[in-house]
Design a protein around this ligand. Structure first.
Ligand code: ADP
Ligand code: ASP
Ligand code: MG
Length: 453
């Protein structure tokens, strides 16, 4: 294991000059920080996704392009070293030209491949600015294009990392550079074997940072964001949510998987494989401390946290043929697999099965059941698709072996219509769907009952 520390800064942490200056102070405060992984400046990826989805209206397209230019120009304007600022400005301007031409192409016909090429531009721009700002702080910073290391498959929008390749490329291209420099690189993006740009899905910079930490065998990974650590639930939803000083890998993974936006769902896999402790803190208030995610923790409470994941698509399949028959579910899953539909949760009754579809890719929105899959399923059973649902998950420890708490949970939510309750399959969680319009209320009520006592 090297002594390298990898620090990842999210969109709000690199939103503007002041925010980036705080990042510089955090990097300077830890001499082991040799690798910095940055998101795009706050709001930029959303604007790029809009363009990638195809904006036909030229006025709107120019508005978005102007907004993108302004966000980056505002940082460039505050850099001191005129010559180097001009250099960064010309790099950013070339990327903005690429954005403009890709946006035009997307307005005619968008594709997942084009989307990845376009949305990657956010991280490509922010890292030019961050590197320059670090240099002005006297840090030996150098910008590195992570597409030369982060090899993925060609599943655009939700690419899978190729771990052996990443490890080899990091040994060759990245580790030598870290000896004398602080390397500033992009989260979220990678490239396939043909050299096409790929992305790991929205929020993927956390995952990138963990993959890079694994590849360089880092001794630590810091995730700097806009809240001082992982809370008992999203503090934007429950004002009395409280920070968790220490949490296990399995609990934090459950939280991320069940939608706690603070971490991309796959972030902890590489850290867990290499036993790299992860710290989550606020770049705005680093003095407040944060959360340590570790293998061994001192306490394992029954209730740890509540997570909310919206944009759920629920598919209900009904058929009398299912009753006491064998092979029905096998046929259903064969059709879903054929159409590359990934299933998340599942509950069954004697004549029906309900399932939710796995999260969507970089282009955003609720996952859709492909029309061809629906038509094939309809030959077998009736198919009902529902949207506007959110998944609420209660995360904790030894839940499947504990008595009585289900009464407390369901009693608290007696006025809510709960769907697809999944209870007992995992020792770490209980989860269910509720309508989007009452989802925050459900979290608030449960938080008051279970965490504020
Ligand atoms: P970044 O851009 O730094 O990656 P994100 O917006 O992706 O930041 O994630 C941080 C946000 O995650 C917080 O502002 C908060 O609203 C949300 N969040 C959701 N669940 C939690 C939780 N359990 N603890 C803390 N923050 C949470
Ligand atoms: N910029 C990307 C996004 O907004 C990746 C990230 O910030 O993690 O989804
Ligand atoms: Mg994030």
């Amino acid at each position: 294991m090297s002594s390298f520390n990898v620090a990842k800064f999210g969109g709000t942490s690199v939103a503007n000059f002041e925010a980036m200056s705080r990042c510089a102070a955090i990097i300077e405060s830890n001499p082991n920080t040799k690798l910095v992984v940055s998101s795009a400046c706050s709001g930029v990826t959303n604007l790029l996704v809009e363009l990638a989805n195809g904006v036909q209206d030229q006025t709107r397209r120019s508005e978005v392009l102007t907004k993108l230019a302004e966000i980056h120009q505002a940082v460039l304007n505050q850099l001191d070293n005129a010559a180097q600022a001009a250099q960064a400005a010309s790099e950013v301007s070339a990327i903005l030209d690429t954005v403009a031409s890709l946006a035009e192409a997307a307005s005619i016909q968008s594709s997942h491949k084009l989307t990845d090429h376009l949305v990657a531009c956010g991280e490509l721009m922010s890292t030019h600015l961050l590197t320059q700002l670090m240099v002005e702080h006297g840090i030996q910073a150098v910008r590195f294009d992570i597409r030369d290391v982060l090899r993925t498959d060609s599943n655009f929008g939700k690419a899978e990392p190729l771990l052996d390749d990443i490890s080899k490329l990091a040994q060759q291209n990245l580790i030598p550079l870290c000896q004398d420099h602080v390397v500033i690189t992009q989260g979220f993006i990678g490239s396939d074997e043909q050299g096409n740009t790929t992305t790991l899905g929205r929020g993927g910079s956390d995952y990138s940072a963990a993959l890079i930490a694994e590849a360089v065998e880092a001794s630590g990974l810091e995730i700097w964001t806009d809240v001082p650590g992982i809370y008992t639930t999203d503090p934007r939803i429950a004002a009395k949510a409280s920070p968790i000083p220490e949490i296990s890998f399995s609990e934090a993974s459950e939280m991320a998987n069940f939608g706690a936006k603070i971490l991309h769902p796959s972030t902890l896999l590489p850290a867990l494989r290499h036993d790299i402790p992860v710290f989550v803190g606020s770049s705005k208030q680093p003095e407040k401390g944060g959360t340590w995610i570790r293998h061994q923790v001192e306490s394992s409470p029954l209730f740890r946290a509540l997570a909310l994941r919206c944009n759920q698509t629920m598919v209900t399949l009904r058929s009398a043929q299912m009753f006491h028959a064998y092979g029905f579910l096998a046929k259903v899953f064969e059709i879903l697999a054929k159409h590359k539909v990934s299933v998340d949760l599942i509950t069954t009754s004697e004549i029906s099965v309900s399932l939710t579809l796995d999260q969507t890719d970089t282009s955003g929105g609720a996952p859709q059941l492909p029309e061809a899959a629906r038509l094939e399923l309809e030959e077998l059973c009736t198919v009902e698709v529902e949207h506007n649902l959110c998944l609420v998950a209660l995360i904790g420890n030894n839940m499947s072996e504990s008595k009585g708490y289900a009464k407390q949970v369901f009693g608290t939510l007696e006025d809510f219509n709960l769907r697809m309750i999944c209870y007992g399959a995992s020792p770490h969680n209980l989860c269910f769907l509720v309508h989007e319009s009452v989802s925050k209320q459900a979290i608030q009520k449960l938080h008051t009952e279970l965490f504020e006592g």
